[in-house]
Design a protein around this ligand. Structure first.
Ligand code: AMP
Length: 192
C-alpha cells in the first residue's frame, strides 16, 4: 500500500508517518528530511538548496523527483511507502504517478490532514521552542518569517493537489486538529 500525506507545514504529516512506520512496517519518504540531511552533510546539492529551504520556498521539482526516484528504485521488503511532504507541485504529482506506474505499483490513498492556520503557527513555533529547550537547535525554517513563505508556497503550489487527487478518486480528508491518537485513528479508518 502506497499513500501520500498531504497538508500544510505543521499539519502533523511527520508525526503520523512515524506512527504508520511503527504500526504497519511502512517506509517514510520525507523529501524535507532528505534535503535537510544533504544540507547537514554539505553535499553539492545540499549547498544548492540551503538558502531556498531556509527562506521557506520550494526547491526545484527536478531535485526532489530525483531523490524520490532513487528511494523507489532501491526497493526492499516493506508494507509500502508513505510520501510525506512529496509531492508538493502538480509536476511532482504527475512524476510520482509515472514512477509508480513504471514499477507496476499504484497509489492507494492521498490523505489530506485538515487544520487551520492558527494551529500551524502555534505548532511550528512550539516545535522550535521545544527543540531549543531540549538543548538542540530549531529548524532553520521554523520561524515566523519563513513560515509565512512556507504557508504561501503551500496554498499556491501544493493545495491544488487536493483537487487533483480528488478528481483521480484517491483523496480522503481527515480532521488534523484532534490529538495525535485521534488523528491516527482517523487515518487507520481510511486505510482499513
Ligand atoms: P518539510 O520538512 O516537508 O517541511 O520541508 C522543508 C523544506 O524542504 C520545504 O520548505 C522546501 O524548501 C523543501 N522541500 C521539501 N519537500 C519538497 C518538495 N516535495 N518540493 C519542493 N521543496 C521541498
Amino acid at each position: 500500500m502506497n499513500i501520500i500525506l498531504l497538508g500544510p507545514p505543521g499539519a502533523g504529516k511527520g508525526t503520523q508517518a512515524q506512527k504508520l512506520v511503527d504500526g504497519r512496517n511502512m517506509v517514510q519518504l520525507s523529501t524535507g528530511d532528505m534535503l535537510r540531511e544533504a544540507k547537514t552533510s554539505g553535499t553539492e546539492m545540499g549547498k544548492m538548496v540551503a538558502a531556498v529551504m531556509d527562506r521557506g520556498d520550494l526547491v526545484t521539482d527536478e531535485i526532489v523527483i530525483g531523490l524520490i526516484r532513487e528511494k523507489l528504485e532501491a526497493g526492499g521488503d516493506h508494507g509500502g511507502f508513505i510520501f510525506d511532504g512529496f509531492p508538493r507541485t502538480l509536476a511532482q504529482a504527475d512524476a510520482l504517478g509515472e514512477l509508480l506506474a513504471e514499477m507496476g505499483q499504484t497509489l492507494d490513498h492521498a490523505i489530506e490532514l485538515q487544520v487551520n492556520d492558527d494551529i500551524l503557527v502555534e505548532r511550528i513555533l512550539g516545535r522550535a521552542a521545544e527543540a531549543v529547550a531540549a538543548g538542540g537547535k530549531a529548524r532553520a525554517d521554523d520561524n515566523e518569517e519563513s513560515l509565512k513563505v512556507r504557508l504561501m508556497a503551500y496554498y499556491k503550489q501544493t493545495s491544488p493537489l487536493i483537487g487533483y487527487y480528488h478528481a483521480k478518486g484517491d483523496l480522503s480528508s481527515v480532521d488534523g486538529l484532534g490529538t495525535m491518537d485521534e488523528v491516527e485513528a482517523s487515518i487507520a479508518n481510511v486505510l482499513g
